[in-house]
Design a binder for this molecule. Structure first.
Ligand code: NAD
Length: 294
């Protein structure tokens, strides 16, 4: 079992660090906000007071931070890359932009470290239950080292290709999700106006060519899928602010490489309106209310 540094103990990182302890690892955990460390401490992580103290003597460093600038700040300014033993493995599970991820891979290599970008899908519930999906970018050798660590925190671990490809997979997947959710919401609202029951449309489309995860598993109206957030007053689940963040990352990436993504752009604009209207903390399926006009 390894000594693992874990940096960023928020909604996702706290339970992920706890699952590494459950798997038998020694975890040295750090968060810049002292109030965030409770869950990790209760789970048996050793709480330390700096990035330097966390990475000292660790073979693996896991980061779970809000965005690219935070990861860079931990890697560079706070000294994770300079303080870890040469040859350590860095696993960044934050969702960040592809460019930053690739530039961090370069810095890690210069510092003599191995790195994977390994963003996750599955939300806070998946982080607690250790059922996350990891999308991993990096060399074959780095993936082989990262895999058992990710498996202690998740159920599915897929090598998406070279540096940055984990982040590429994450934003492409969430662009599909944002676009499909809006499509499903529009169809359900149209059905309402045409006098067609939600349940009837669900029964037909979930078995027809309109079938998709946003309808079948996460239906944005109460009734057809009892476990969906629509049945719980649109409490997240997956917050609209998070969806907006990922759609913006997809748009930035599309601009960088000259990809044409008009539906992704429309989804980003609609989620921008929804979040700008104060609904950032609502589940992303709650956008049906805005589409309905209330
Ligand atoms: P969060 O805001 O709850 O946690 C982030 C933590 O990082 C905070 O506790 C913060 O204090 C800490 N932090 C920030 N800068 C730091 C620094 N320089 N040094 C040490 N700690 C620092 O966020 P979260 O919900 O845990 O999400 C983390 C990442 O996972 C994000 O990139 C998010 O997009 C992604 N993600 C979240 C979900 C979800 O459902 N919450 C799902 C998939 C992916």
């Amino acid at each position: 079992m390894a000594t693992i540094a874990f940096i960023g103990l928020g909604n996702m990182g706290g339970p992920m660090a706890a699952n590494l302890v459950k798997a038998g690892h020694k975890v040295r955990a750090y968060d810049m906000v002292p109030q965030a460390v409770g869950r990790a401490r209760d789970a048996g992580c050793t709480i330390v007071d700096s990035v330097a103290a966390a990475v000292k003597d660790a073979e693996t460093v896991v980061t779970m931070l809000p965005a690219g600038p935070h990861v860079r700040s931990v890697f560079v300014e706070s000294g994770a890359l300079s303080g870890a033993a040469p040859g350590s493995l860095f696993i960044d599970s934050s969702t960040i932009d592809v460019e930053s991820a690739r530039s961090l891979h370069g810095l890690a290599a210069e510092a003599g470290m191995e790195m994977v970008d390994a963003p996750v899908s599955g939300g806070a519930a998946g982080a607690v239950a250790a059922t996350l999906t990891f999308m991993v970018g990096g060399s074959d050798a780095a993936f082989a080292r990262a895999r058992p660590v990710c498996e202690a925190m998740g159920k599915t671990v897929i090598h998406a290709g070279g540096p940055g490809n984990g982040q590429a997979a994450k934003i492409c997947n969430n662009m599909i999700l944002g676009v499909s959710m809006i499509g499903v919401c529009e169809a359900l609202v149209l059905a309402e106006k045409l006098g067609l029951d939600h349940q009837k449309l669900y029964d037909i489309s979930s078995k027809s060519s309109g079938s998709c995860w946003s309808l079948n598993t996460y239906c944005p109206v109460p009734g057809p899928v009892p476990a969906s957030p629509a049945n719980n007053d649109y409490k997240p689940g997956f917050a609209a602010a998070m969806m907006l963040k990922d759609l913006k990352l997809a748009q930035e990436a599309a601009q960088t490489v000259g990809a044409t993504t008009p539906m992704g752009a429309a989804a980003a604009a609609l989620y921008g309106l929804f979040v700008g209207g104060g609904k950032g903390g609502t589940d992303f399926s709650g956008i049906i209310k805005m589409i309905r006009g209330n």
